[in-house]
Ligand binder design. Sequence first.
Ligand SMILES: CC(C)(COP(=O)(O)OP(=O)(O)OC[C@H]1O[C@@H](n2cnc3c(N)ncnc32)[C@H](O)[C@@H]1OP(=O)(O)O)[C@@H](O)C(=O)NCCC(=O)NCCS
Length: 180
Amino acid sequence: MATPERQFSNNGNLPPYIPVSEGMWLSRLQPTDEDAQDFYEFCRKNLEFLEGHHEDYPRDVVSPQKAKKGIEDSAAHSILLWGIKTTDHQGLAGVLSLEDQGEGVYEIGVGLDEQMQNRGVATSSMNALADAVFTAGGRKLVAKTDPTNFRSQKVLSRTHFTFAYKHPDGDFVYELLAQG
Ligand SMILES: CC(C)(COP(=O)(O)OP(=O)(O)OC[C@H]1O[C@@H](n2cnc3c(N)ncnc32)[C@H](O)[C@@H]1OP(=O)(O)O)[C@@H](O)C(=O)NCCC(=O)NCCS
């Protein structure tokens, strides 16, 4: 049986560590005790802030053990989670998700620690992950957002995504194609 790792068409080329800028980097969340603790603390701290924006927000991350299971279950569903880390913030500054939809298409999602908004963290980390995906051979990134989520739409514009269509569930779908 294929391991979760092997279900990703381009996963082999996506590095576990992606530098973003001085003092900021992305780290693949693994089902280790340390990552599970970080993910748990991030989810609990930002539950109220984030849950309205993510239909898949992991409300059940009520312990480090559940966080570890959440990381494992995500991978089993072809979703990689990346922690956004900075030298000036304890714990995760944010989390990026990347769902492999096949044929080089990936859906990207982002949520910040509420305290880390308004600093360009989402913009710069999404740019870095997009570069890594396209370098690894990805063809297209898509992002879904609620029509009323203007902050999210501003980040998508800043990272050069363009509006593609309105999903039947009401969300706006944005796309970013690999260059060339
Ligand atoms: C959506 C979300 C990620 C946006 O966060 P954000 O802080 O607005 O985005 P960034 O980290 O890119 O910061 C950009 C803002 O910081 C400002 N900024 C400050 N320093 C900056 C820098 N060095 N570089 C870029 N922008 C900077 C920008 O001017 C911008 O503010 P503006 O939009 O008022 O012009 C955040 O609000 C969030 O986590 N929301 C909840 C989850 C969610 O909605 N996710 C999206 C749906 S999947």
